[in-house]
Design a protein around this ligand. Sequence first.
Ligand code: IMP
Length: 427
Amino acid sequence: MTAVVVVGTQLGDEGKGKVIDLFSERTNLVVRFQGGDNAGHTVVVGDDEFKLHLVPSGSVRGKRVVVGNGCVVNPEVLLGEIGELKSRGIEPEWFISGRAHVIMPYHIRLDGLEEDSKGEMAAGTTKRGIGPCYQDKVARRGVRVADLLDPDALREKLKYLLPLKTRELELYGSDCSLDLDVIFERYREFGERIADHVVEVSVLVNESLDRGENVLMEGAQGTHLDIDHGVYPFNTSSNTTSGGACTGSGVGVTRIDEVIGVAKAYLSRVGTGPLPTELEGETADFLVERGNEYGTTTGRRRRVGWQDVPMLRYSASVNGMTGLVVTSLDVLDGLDELQVCTHYRLDGEEVPHVPPTREWGRCEPVYEEFEPWSGVDWEGAAELGYDELDGEVRRYLSYLSEETGVEVIGVSVGPERRQTIINRDPF
Ligand code: IMP
């Protein structure tokens, strides 16, 4: 029996989908524990590409998958993804927590309007209604999945909520109407369609662990987008760090065996907010094109930068990481220069940690120069295995491991499963 949490160590888009797909080979259950369809996890199997936003990535291997109580769920997206998988011959057994909150149409409208009104405080959200849904959860007025199965409770809640949400929308100058009967009927019907899959997730996961099964907890976004540990307010609205796996699925901290952090070999960010190592010009274009740095959920071009070790150190510590997987290492192949930020300077002073405020944006990165590499036979390297990696590539990986104090347990050198070099499988 092993419970492994996989989290992003940076700002999302680290390649978690591929890593989760790989490690889920020997799991019985894969659990999403936070976020919603703001995530975009890509799994490539031969010529087939799967882009999943809400359904856990383990589904591609036909594993039992779970959407935990910490998630916010757009039922249309959930059912759409399940339907899409089915049309491609994949029918995973899936479960959802009755405690998860439901993204309602007004959340999506409010997300766009709030963002537009925020000026410099806007995070550049995915406009999927994530923030407004979590707001209602915390204010104890949200619609939960369980409410969709109880028509009387749903109608009662909507009677209270819709006038309130109409006023909120009006505050932002929107005059859109929220029709009680239409919304009630639509969400009641969603409830009927998901009713057979609604379970007490905490019981399901704990019983699976009691039986000695392997459970993988699938994190979304990244550590520096965490509502508490990310750079506020340019973050998402959930706990993307490993603690979120416990609260978001109802599993005690003592049951977690390993926390694996996924880090891209460089840095990318979609949305606004600080990025001290941000690159522009030819090197940025090189990384964007080689790394296909366009958002899976929004299609936006991602900003890119050099690897930022203070961010990784913070991630290692706040998540209690026991292993590191470095992804997109092949993308660095052929660069003219290779830099890694070791720490920052602000107003002449050394800053060893990521500042918790927008001061982070004023930090100047201090770099260590690495010898770039080119022409690596990655396919051959994947066949030879981790111990045979040498030269500049090995030095780069060893440096990241030493700086974070975490063993590199795997390296990804392309989107496909076989383009992976595993040093140690956590299961
Ligand atoms: P929200 O999660 O849609 O509210 O967006 C808040 C911030 O998190 C924005 O800067 C988004 O671009 C970013 N974000 C949300 N989900 C992801 C993701 O899966 N990958 C990368 N960035 C994300």
